[in-house]
Design a protein around this ligand. Sequence first.
Ligand code: SOE
Length: 379
Amino acid sequence: MIGHGFMGAAHSVGWRQAPAAFPLPAQPVMTALVGRDRETTAAAADRWGWQETSTDWRETIARDDIDIVDIVTPGDTHAEIAVAALAAGKHVLCEKPLANTVAEAEQMADAATRAARSGIRSMVGFTYRRVPAATLMRDMVADGRIGAVRQVRAGYRQDWLADAEAPMTWRLDKDRAGSGSLGDIGAHAIDMCQFVTGQSLTSVSGVLETIVKERPLLAASVGLGGTAGAGRGTVTVDDVALFNARLESGALASFEATRFATGRKNALEIEISGDRGALYWNLEDMNALQFYDATADAGEQGFTRILVTEPQHPYLSGWWPAGHMLGYEHGFSHQVKDFVEAIAVGAQPSPSFDEGLRVQRVLDAVARSSAEGSAWTEV
Ligand code: SOE
C-alpha cells in the first residue's frame, strides 16, 4: 500500500478484516507500507499490521513478491504510480477520484486496458457502493422495483470546513487534489448515481464557488491533512459545487457537494424516483434503505424503512446475526473481498478505471460549465 493517511487506515482495516469475514479464494498478505517519511510510515505499519516499510514506491512495485498495489495517496500521484504498477504486472486498487485531470485518467484507463490483456486487474475505490444498503438499492432498481427512473436527487454535504478558521489542507490545494468539494465528495455522489441507476450522466449545467478563500496554516500537519506552515494559505479549489445533469434515458438529476451544510457531517444522499416507486439512502443512516412502493394500495402507501442487516442482504453473510449493524469501515472489507475474488477468477472488478474515467469526465464537464456561466455542457 502506498500512502498512510486517513484512507491508509481505512484500507488497512479492509485488508485485515476481509479474510476473517469472507472465505476469500486467496489470502492477502500485508507485505509493505510505503510512505515519504521513514518514522511515520513505520509507526503506521506497526499500528495497522504491515510487515515492512519503504520510502521508495518504485523499488516496492518492482518486487516479485508483490502482486497488488493499493494507492491511497493524494490525487496528484495516482497516475504515475498506477501506470507504473500496471506496467510492472501488479493488480491496482486506486483511491477516488481516479486522477486530478481527464488526461491523467485517460492515461490510467489505457494502461488498465493494456494490462487486462495479461490478466492484470484494476479498480477505483468508490467504497460507498459497497455499503450493503447502497448495493441493495442498485439491485432493487435493476429488478424494476421502482420502474423507470424519472428523476434523481443526489448530494454529499459536510460541515468540517464550514468554519472559515478550519485549517488549510491538501484537499483545498488544486495542484494536489485536482478539485475541491466537486472531486472529493461530489465524485462519490456522481459514482453512486451512475452505479445505482446503471446510467451515465451525459450533460451537465453547474456552478462552482470558493466561499472561504484563505485558511490558516498549522504549526504541524494534523487530521484530514492539515497543512504545516506559518500564516494563511490560499484555497485554490471550490468548496461548493451545485449542478444539474441529464442521464442517458433523458431523466434529470440534481447534485450538491458542499462543505457548508452546517450540521451535516457526512450526508452522502441519493433519492431515486421512478414511475412505480422511489428509493432513498443517506450515509448518515447507512444501514437503512427507504423504499416507497407506488403500486401498493393508496390507503397504505408510505416509505418503508428497510434495515439492511438480514443475512440475505448484500455482504451480510460475512458479519453478524440478523439485525446487527455495520459501520463505515465494513465497506473497505467488501471492497477487498470483491477485488480479490475478481482477480482470482480473472474477471474485471467494478468500478473499473474506465468507470473512474467516466466520473472524471463529469467533474471536468461541471468545471467547464461553471466557467461558461453554467451553460449545458456535454460530458
Ligand atoms: C473528506 O472530505 C472525505 O474524507 C473524503 O475525502 C472522502 O472521500 C469522503 O468519503 C469523506 O470525506
